[in-house]
Design a protein around this ligand. Structure first.
Ligand code: SF4
Ligand code: SF4
Length: 285
């Protein structure tokens, strides 16, 4: 099996292939939980999907502006033409946020070479500078000494782009993170879930280290020592609500409505949970 969202990872199979042990845990898990079978169109292709829908009632608080454990340590995907074009059309802002053009300039790359790398290099910068001089993910930036954010997302917001445009400008894995999609090797079936206490044995991300989906971690003294601000208990909301726009744009309205209907029917969510909420995608610094 493969981690579907990492199929385009620059390190290839080493990252996206599941071990036999993880595959076994996943299959046992999916035999034991209630799921919905759906046909979903993802980035233009239709897949048969098994949706572990109850995880969409799990609480999430994407307080990236106060996060000392940013999930941007490396590049999760080879960049698409949409991302490259957005950056080429917003070079000044991209450089103001990331400093990437200045850094490469200081490292003796000419402007023409830098542009050429944005157009053609897998990670938009010379290979020898990936996660070195250009530390963390190429597109990450630090608005201050506290947090790390995504320049693609910030450029989109500064340009007043719609949710749909933001989503198509960013790698799929980043839009959906930390949701996980695991695929059969031939992609004949996809399994959609989220890291939590029960799934963390096979998901690519570790639930126990991920404050935005682990309220108990955020409340712990160890976490508070590093993050005295943010991640307030009251800001955790069901991930179905936090990611409403994202889920609708990536999987379709029917996906969102079907999950909502099932969670309401099973009393895992209540109508009052769906009160007005500023969704993650439109949050800004
Ligand atoms: S770990 Fe969660 S809260 Fe922190 S930067 Fe990543 S998505 Fe945001
Ligand atoms: S969200 Fe942006 S900064 Fe973070 S890993 Fe994805 S592309 Fe990089």
């Amino acid at each position: 099996m493969k981690y579907f969202l990492f199929l385009n990872h620059p390190k290839g199979e080493k990252i996206y292939k599941l071990s036999e042990k993880r595959e076994y845990i996943l299959r046992e898990y999916f035999k034991s939980v209630n799921t919905i079978d759906m046909s979903l169109k993802i980035e233009g292709k239709v897949y048969d999907c098994v949706v572990d829908y109850t995880v969409f009632s799990n609480l999430a608080n994407f307080d990236c502006f106060n996060c000392q454990d940013p999930c941007y340590a490396d590049n999760p995907s080879i960049y698409s033409n949409e991302t490259r074009n957005l950056i080429l059309n917003n070079l000044e802002l991209y450089n103001m946020l990331t400093k990437n053009i200045e850094i490469l300039n200081e490292n003796e790359y000419s402007f023409e070479e830098i542009i050429n790398h944005i157009k053609t290099s897998p990670l938009m910068v010379p290979e020898e500078t990936v996660e070195e001089e250009i530390s963390l993910c190429t597109c990450s930036f630090k608005p201050n000494n506290k947090s790390t954010l995504c320049s693609i997302h910030s450029i989109c917001l500064k340009n007043n782009m719609s949710a749909e445009e933001i989503i198509s400008s960013k790698p799929l894995v980043c839009n959906l993170w930390p949701l996980d999609i695991i695929a059969e090797d031939d992609l004949s079936k996809l399994y959609i879930t989220l890291p939590d206490d029960f799934t963390t044995g096979f998901t690519i991300e570790d639930y126990y280290d991920t404050p935005c989906i682990n309220k108990e971690l955020a409340k712990s003294s160890t976490f508070r020592r590093k993050n005295p601000e943010g991640f307030h208990e009251k800001d955790y909301v069901p991930i179905l609500i936090a990611y409403k726009e994202t889920l609708i744009h990536i999987f379709g309205e029917e996906f969102y409505e079907k999950i909502k209907e099932n969670l309401l029917k099973e009393n895992l969510l209540y109508p009052e949970d769906f009160q007005e909420y500023k969704e993650q995608i439109f949050r800004n610094i």
